[in-house]
Design a protein around this ligand. Structure first.
Ligand SMILES: [Zn+2]
Length: 84
């Protein structure tokens, strides 16, 4: 069966939660909300998906494909790469 999971919001939310690999229930809820609110997949770089907390609104920062920029899905706050 050729099922395109990227078109299924529920599957996409589940994928995001799995990829983010977080035990934080709040973060999981944010990921599910993010998946429901967006039609495009999250920014995906060569190193895969990465998320962090936004210090402006405590939303979810997504790493951009260029790998050195982070954008918040909640407030649009942008951070340059952080030493992690
Ligand atoms: Zn934010």
């Amino acid at each position: 069966m050729n099922h395109d999971r990227s078109r299924d919001p529920a599957s996409r939310a589940a994928d995001l939660v799995r990829m983010a690999d977080t035990p934080n229930e709040l973060e999981k809820a944010r990921l599910a909300r993010y998946a429901a609110q967006t039609t495009d997949p999250p920014p995906m770089g060569p190193q895969g998906i990465a998320t962090d907390g936004c210090r402006e609104c405590r939303g979810t920062l997504w790493r951009e494909p260029d790998g050195c920029r982070w954008t918040c899905s909640g407030c649009g706050h942008v951070e340059m790469d952080k030493a992690r």
